[in-house]
Write a protein that binds this ligand. Structure first.
Ligand SMILES: Cc1ncc(C[n+]2csc(CCOP(=O)(O)OP(=O)(O)O)c2C)c(N)n1
Ligand SMILES: [Mg+2]
Length: 313
């Protein structure tokens, strides 16, 4: 049952990020964290529709993307702790998550940098006649970058198998999108490049899943072309860090209220019987506990590791 699968993935991500927030003040986590709490349903809805060979690239707010696509949990937590067992050997932190075996080809701290890489990857897939797709997750802030326009244009021109997913939470750090550009209609801008673009404005996980599923079906039938999906969403926590930030004055709690009421996790739970949800929760709670213990027990990288992996051999 879809709701059960979605709930398991969504609850797992929420639970893990809440644990990250809870222990952050202890300084055991050695990297800044950009929590996805409130936005996770986008990664889950998209990734649940993907096949193992599909590829994702994410942003520095990438815990949800990495986990939803099956990235290894223990290695993610160890990475946040800066431990050698982390997915980037403890040298990348929360913003540089990767799990090649699961098709998570990387998240990046620099806004928009995964766009050209994603487009290049999807070009390679088409060239090799693979029927896999690339999903390139970006924030609304990335739309302001030149790389976005170059990437979208090239993908449309070459009819590449790539799904752009823009998580529009309205803000780039503390700047609202209407203070950053003349038009607030991102889809309209993308359509000028000759690409199909649609917006899901209510955060509904089933709609996000269906959209992705339909895209994959079209690709499998040989209709190869890029697509752009804008998902309106809301970040509950501060831009970076574990706290709330409504006291800062750049946004209001009222604005958040619709999204808090609309929490997909709560909605999914109401679709499941209490026995099913509590079974899922206990399994995830145990897995979470074990992952943090794994990170605690792991070692920091040795000093000689400082200069390894800087360049490809
Ligand atoms: C090229 C570049 N410019 C500026 C920054 C600083 N910066 C970090 S996050 C961010 C906001 C990006 O907002 P958005 O893409 O909407 O993602 P969100 O944080 O909302 O998930 C900026 C400007 C950066 N990391 N990279
Ligand atoms: Mg944003």
């Amino acid at each position: 049952m879809l709701a059960e699968k979605f709930y398991r993935s969504l609850y797992r991500i929420r639970r893990i990020e809440e644990e990250i927030a809870r222990i952050y003040h202890t300084d055991k986590i050695k990297s800044p964290v950009h929590l996805s709490i409130g936005q996770e349903a986008i990664s889950v809805g998209v990734c649940e529709a993907l096949r193992p060979d599909d590829i994702v690239f994410g942003t520095y707010r990438g815990h949800a993307t990495y986990l939803a696509k099956g990235g290894n949990l223990e290695k993610m937590i160890a990475e946040l702790y800066g431990k050698s067992t982390g997915c980037s050997k403890g040298k990348g932190g929360s913003m540089h998550l990767i799990d090649v075996a699961k098709g998570v080809m990387g998240t990046s701290a620099i806004v928009g940098t995964t766009i050209p890489v994603s487009v290049g990857y999807s070009y390679a897939l088409k060239y090799r006649k693979s029927n896999s797709i690339v999903v390139c997750f970006i924030g609304d802030g990335a739309v302001d970058e030149g790389a976005f326009h170059e990437g979208v244009n090239f993908a449309a021109l070459k009819r590449l198998p790539i799904l752009f997913v823009c998580e529009n939470n309205h803000y780039a750090i503390h700047s609202h999108h209407v203070s950053r550009r003349n038009s607030d209609n991102i889809c309209e801008r993308v359509q000028t490049y000759g690409m199909q673009a649609e917006c899901i404005d209510d955060g509904d996980i089933f709609r996000i899943y269906d959209f992705t599923n339909n895209y994959i079906k079209r690709i499998m039938m040989g209709h190869i072309a890029p697509v752009f999906l804008e998902c309106i969403t809301y970040r509950w926590k501060e831009h970076v860090g574990p706290n709330d930030d409504f006291h800062l004055g750049y946004r209001t709690k009222d604005e958040a209220e619709y999204w808090i009421q609309n929490d997909q996790l709560k909605k999914l739970k109401s679709l499941l019987g209490a026995d099913i949800s509590s079974k899922i929760e206990s399994a995830v709670d145990l897995e979470t506990k074990n992952a943090f213990e794994f990170a605690e027990k792991s070692d920091f990288p040795e000093v000689k590791e400082l200069y390894t992996d800087l360049f490809k051999d």
